[in-house]
Design a protein around this ligand. Structure first.
Ligand SMILES: Cc1cc2nc3c(=O)[nH]c(=O)nc-3n(C[C@H](O)[C@H](O)[C@H](O)COP(=O)(O)OP(=O)(O)OC[C@H]3O[C@@H](n4cnc5c(N)ncnc54)[C@H](O)[C@@H]3O)c2cc1C
Length: 398
């Protein structure tokens, strides 16, 4: 029997996790990514759970101590910076660039095609064909849509499923240890520090370093309401007047938008968080969406990661979810020889978990929706529920 062939659309974290695992179980795998060149530098910090590290280890990646950072407590501070509530936790963060680089390195001998944009797929009983913008047609036994929130694969098979804007954005930025004022270093490099101005939520979180050299860093995240048609469009318009839609490459964010962000931080946030906003080299703007697919499997095609479900980032586990999707998919393909049957079993296994995570993200964020869809929970309850949840064993020893 010839080696089965999988076509993975999207070469970001979900695509790389799935491609590496499928190779491990004996599939010939090719990744097709729209972007040309490396994706490193795209992401920031990531909350993580033990399944992410388990899957990375299965792929053959060595999880050394520099790959993760411990979070000891969630602390809420008032506008003056004084702690008002502390909840001890046992959580772990990592960094997008560390996870991406190690997955990319593991796939270095695999076929990764940049600059390939999927237009649509065709299926017969025995094959699936991917058709690309440049006219190329590639066929395989299985096609994986790891192509993110605006998935072309999902749009073809479940066009009624669309992302829903939550009414607010996240501003994020990474700050190196040397940029953090000394009086705030101890706490920002070991705790998650929250501040809750009216209708908004900001926090800092320590994250793993980018290269394993031991440079400590932390990230700020600030959720702010933004009208989709007015404020968001304005923030996504560059200095030449071009509006990039509902997102914008970070270097194109206008100087005055960043200056306003710094001013608002001084006015609204505790000093330790305002310092982080001011100290971040390059703020990143992300509009927050919910996405919940009705199906994950369509004959010989399946969705993984953000293509299927996007939970608001309050849950801090979407990459772990992507790893769990990839793991379940590979597992069902090993257990069930028929691709269509394996994908149906995969959908049955992973769809409830995706829906549950989206619902949890909504619950944690609905108090930030303009118009007050939900009351803010008591601070200790919010701090206790926020984020990825406890890690159990530390990653180096699991
Ligand atoms: C503010 C914010 C904070 C977050 N914090 C966390 C966190 O703490 N922890 C966590 O686990 N997750 C977090 N996430 C989520 C996390 O970043 C994603 O869940 C994760 O990166 C998985 O993404 P993905 O690979 O499925 O999709 P993406 O990263 O969107 O990748 C999709 C890829 O497909 C490519 N593509 C798209 N269309 C096509 C096409 N037609 N043809 C070919 N290629 C295509 C794209 O170029 C892209 O590279 C956060 C997200 C946001 C916005």
């Amino acid at each position: 029997m010839s080696t089965p062939r999988a076509l993975v659309i999207g070469g970001s974290l979900s695509g790389l996790l799935t491609a590496n695992l499928l190779r491990n179980i004996g599939w010939q795998v090719e990744i097709f990514e729209r972007a040309c060149g490396d994706l490193a530098g795209r992401g920031a910090g990531l909350g993580a759970q033990s399944d992410l590290f388990m899957v990375m280890r299965q792929i053959g990646i060595r999880i050394d101590r520099s790959m993760w950072t411990e979070v000891r407590s969630h602390v809420c501070v008032d506008r003056t910076g004084e702690p008002v509530c502390r909840v001890p936790v046992r959580e772990v963060t990592t960094a997008w660039d560390r996870v991406y680089q190690s997955l990319r390195e593991s796939f270095r001998t695999g076929q990764y095609h940049g600059g390939m944009t999927l237009l649509r797929c065709e299926q017969s009983e025995r094959r699936v064909i991917a058709l690309f913008e440049n006219g190329t047609r590639i066929d395989g036994d299985l096609l994986i849509g790891a192509d993110g929130i605006r998935s072309t694969v999902r749009r073809q098979y479940a066009p009624q499923v669309v992302p829903r804007y939550a009414g607010y954005v996240a501003w994020r930025g990474i700050v190196e240890e040397s940029q953090i004022p000394p009086q705030w270093r101890a706490t920002t490099l070991q705790d998650m520090v929250f501040c809750l101005p009216n209708g908004e939520l900001a926090f800092s979180i320590p994250i793993a370093d980018s290269d394993g050299a031991g440079h400590r860093r932390c990230m700020f995240v600030w959720f702010r309401p933004a009208n989709f048609e007015t404020t968001l469009r304005d923030w996504c318009t560059d200095a030449t007047g071009v509006c990039h839609g509902d997102s914008i490459p970070p270097p194109l964010i206008r100087k005055e938008v960043v200056a306003d962000l710094h001013l608002a931080a001084r006015r609204l946030l505790a000093p330790q968080l305002a310092e982080l906003v001011a100290g971040a080299r390059q703020p990143i703007l992300s509009a927050i969406f919910d996405l919940e697919t009705t199906r994950m499997a369509f004959g010989r095609a399946a969705l993984v990661g953000d293509a299927a479900f996007v939970a608001r980032p309050h849950v801090g586990t979407s990459v772990t979810k992507a790893a769990q999707d990839a793991w379940a998919l590979a597992d069902e393909l090993v257990k069930e020889g028929d691709v269509g049957a394996a994908l149906a079993l995969y959908e049955r296994r992973r769809k409830p978990a995706g829906s549950e995570l989206v619902a949890r993200g909504r619950r944690l964020g609905e108090h930030l929706e303009p118009g007050g869809a939900g009351l803010r929970p008591p601070i200790d309850a919010l701090l206790g529920e926020y984020g990825p949840g406890g890690i159990g064993e530390w990653p180096s020893t699991v």
